[in-house]
Design a binder for this molecule. Structure first.
Ligand code: ZN
Ligand code: ZN
Length: 302
């Protein structure tokens, strides 16, 4: 059993490049927090707590630690590191507006960590990322001592963008949930790929009606609804979603203008079946499909 810990790369996340930024609180000094990042939160928490050997030296004298929450869904590893740095240094990060930055001293107070995360997730820059949040300790149960109020005053999950998926539970719950989520994506993408390529009939993008080459994985997206067989060029669907967003945000004084369209969509509905789709999920599914089919592995054992 113990040997398994020495091989984090054998964990089951081969097709998703999971990476998260997490928030810890010291159980010894309850208002002290720590922000870090990892591809394996369960293992990382054990390292912070000295249960397995590691380089988590900075946190040794404030043990034990508990994990409160983590943010995941970063488009790549570098993006996760940028997020981590900004969260640790909210007064310095240029990713936050100057007005917001000025409210902060970069310290390791729990209240600061909650407030910084709240500002970041609402900021124009980060709020367009396909981020998700997993909560291990209910925020309302955490008391900020110096003010004798609970932490929802700093970090209110009810006010987050609907683009952010929020889940709750311990780390085992999360692993099961996430494994199931990824397995569902693999299944959807794989079965649709087989269906699209089994005979030589041409398939068309449901928006521009031009041909799709299903071996060019980075060119197209599949609807995430298992029962909807529609595929779209990535550029066609992005254009459709950003246009709808711009139209919805237009007003009498600020009418729709193509130049106001965002470059990256955040969500939209499948033009065929009306399923609500998060852009981040579509891109993740596309990346999983590309890797999965290239590796030609059969993971469909149920
Ligand atoms: Zn198209
Ligand atoms: Zn659909």
């Amino acid at each position: 059993m113990a040997e398994k810990e020495n091989h984090p790369e054998t964990s089951d996340s081969k097709y998703e490049e999971f990476y998260c930024c997490y928030l810890l609180r010291s159980l010894k000094y309850k208002q002290t927090s720590y922000i870090g990042s990892t591809n394996d939160p369960k293992r990382r928490l054990r390292q912070h707590n000295g249960e397995i050997a590691s380089g988590a030296k900075k946190t040794t004298n404030k043990r034990p630690w508990e994990m409160i929450l983590f943010v995941y869904g970063f488009p790549n590893h570098v993006a996760a590191l940028q997020f981590e740095w900004s969260w640790q240094n909210p007064s310095k990060t240029r990713r936050l507006h100057l007005k917001d930055r000025q409210e902060f001293h970069d310290d390791n107070k729990l209240s600061t960590s909650f407030k910084a995360l709240s500002k970041m997730l609402k900021d124009k820059f980060w709020s367009r990322w396909p981020l998700h949040l997993h909560i291990l300790i209910p925020i309302e149960s955490i008391i900020i001592q110096q003010m004798k109020i609970d932490a929802t005053k700093f970090f209110d999950i009810k006010n987050l963008s609907k683009n952010i998926r929020v889940t709750n539970g311990n780390l085992d719950d999360f692993n099961n949930y996430h494994k199931g989520f990824i397995r569902k994506i693999i299944r959807n993408e794989y079965l649709k790929f087989l269906d699209h390529t089994k005979n030589d009939l041409p398939y068309y993008c449901n928006l521009c009606l031009e041909n799709i080459n299903f071996n060019n994985h980075k060119d197209y997206l599949n609807c995430l609804n298992m029962n909807c067989n529609m595929s779209y060029h990535i550029t066609c669907l992005a254009k459709k979603f950003t246009k709808i967003e711009a139209l919805e945000n237009s007003t009498f004084n600020e009418p729709y203008n193509e130049l106001n369209e965002e470059i990256l969509p955040i969500n939209g509905k499948c033009p065929n079946c009306n399923t609500f789709l998060l852009w981040g999920d579509l891109i993740q599914a596309m990346m999983i499909r590309e890797k999965y089919i290239q590796d030609d592995l059969i993971l469909l054992n149920e």
